[in-house]
Design a protein around this ligand. Sequence first.
Ligand code: DHB
Ligand code: MG
Length: 613
Amino acid sequence: MRKSIATVSVSGTLTEKLEAIAAAGFDGVEIFENDLLSCPLPPEEIRARAADLGLGIDLYQPFRDFEAMPGPDLRRAERKFRLMERLGADLLLVCSNVSPQAIDDDELAAEQLRLLAERAAEHGIRIAYEALAWGRHVNEYLHAWRIVRMADHPNLGTCLDSFHILSRGSDPIGIEAIPGEKIFFLQLADAPLLAMDVLQWSRHYRCFPGQGTFDLTGLVESVLRTGYAGPLSLEVFNDVFRQASVERTALDGMRSLIALEQDLRGVAHPAVPVGFAFAELADTGSLGEVLTALGFARTGTHPTKPVELWEQGGARLLLNATGTDPALIALGLDSPDPAGAAKHAETLLSPVLPRERAPREARLEAVAAPDGTEIFFCDDAWLGDFHPSGPSTGPSTGPSTGPSTGPSTGPSTGPSTGPISGIDHVALTQPWHHFDEAALFYRTVLGLRPQESLELPDPYGLLRSKAMSNVPEPGTMSNVPESGTMSNVPEGSVRMVLNLAQVGAADIPWQHVALACDDVIGMARRLRAEHPELLLPIPGNYYDDLDARHDVDPELRRLGVLYDRDEHGEFLHLYTVTVGRVFFEIVQRVGGYQGYGAVNAPIRLAVQHAGAH
Ligand SMILES: O=C(O)c1ccc(O)c(O)c1
Ligand SMILES: [Mg+2]
């Protein structure tokens, strides 16, 4: 399918936009009038520039407030037709009238649009009439189509825009009654569900398909059933995209269309991850002590890299002596088909990472997530790369942060058998201008399902948070088909939380690893007795409120354990202090609790900020 994008969707000057749009692989553009008006190049040169870049000018837009007026402004239309001839564009978008002068009279609207189409035809131009969701009298796509049908001119058709249709809750099934040849253009935008004025919603919060909550696949399926063969064109008004890197945004737009096409073809994700293989942390030598306190044992060292393997139960952490501040740098995901997962990632334009491998090391497929975190698709072979460590470490033998003992011939000490059983989730703070890109990445490249977005108060701003997991979420629109490997995935075995810090001066890119534990209270008692300095202190006011809401064990207060519950069960959790950019959370899900303790996150943030200032 031909892929296009409106110039309004990305940042920069018109020429910067065209270059980035072409580089991202689009076939065409919608030129937004403002971009043209502010461009110093004459239309002929813009046309040549686009042609040199291999881009067609698929649409010129918008032409506003034309139809159903006391008198049609054909003079203005003629000027625009001449401009379009110079530009080499032959399709003009006319959006439904928003003027208070507009008359509520479909016959008049049809008559004037017919007149416009006749004039356009003299220039070889066609008109695509679009219902804006906030149009004064015409704001439903089927109403616009009725007027087009009434006008009955070969040079007049309709333009469908997914935002205007879905934001009003209209059923896209009605599209199938429109003959495909009368759909002159299709604009695509997704959006998060927001209860707000529809114009503001449209002008500021549109996003690429797969980044919001609209079912674009269903809508496009309806459009394609009509025989429509024109472009899929992204038209996204977004405050963040207007500021972000034009190259990155254009590429992400292309990624969203590729994912949409895969979805339309019913391509199932070939290898949704089934668990966390490991989390890898950059270290300067301070994390070993924390892990030891938490009951981890160092069980392996890498023969060629300064990397140690630490284990407890099924939780595996790699400490990489990068010499940089502690930070989460990579995630290993257990994949039913690592090569297939990497290939799928490549189809979605994810940067596949080169691996410097020693001859005997397991092949690890890896891609870079938008925030730079390396994502490895693993089978079991990677563990064999590590040489067992000597019996030097363990929860009871005290901190060990010294250099590795090198290859050992003795048996491994094995993972220590503490109360921690695995990685429950990881939380990654995203740069503010890559949040939607990250959401699309985890949804399409990894095949995770988004849960609802939350906004949490932070002392210095708001934290936007979106959880994603390999649990199929009932009622969530997703680009990931229901079929395929998803049904074999253990429930909630890969959970990620994407956080967007909107906290200005105090913008600290914290990441954390949440460890599943079958006895948080026991863990807290031990830490409180042996390593109280590692526990994040929780204010008494929190417990006063907790007491008011729930009848909970008073020991939680003494231990600094936080609490939440949902309709499925309970959640007990505690936090360590932050080391560099990372901290650990110890979590216990009781009886199928599905959340992440988000209600308690503002408390944590406040305490963390107090410690960081
Ligand atoms: O916000 C607007 O005015 C506007 C203009 C043209 C469009 O195609 C559209 O969807 C919205
Ligand atoms: Mg539109």
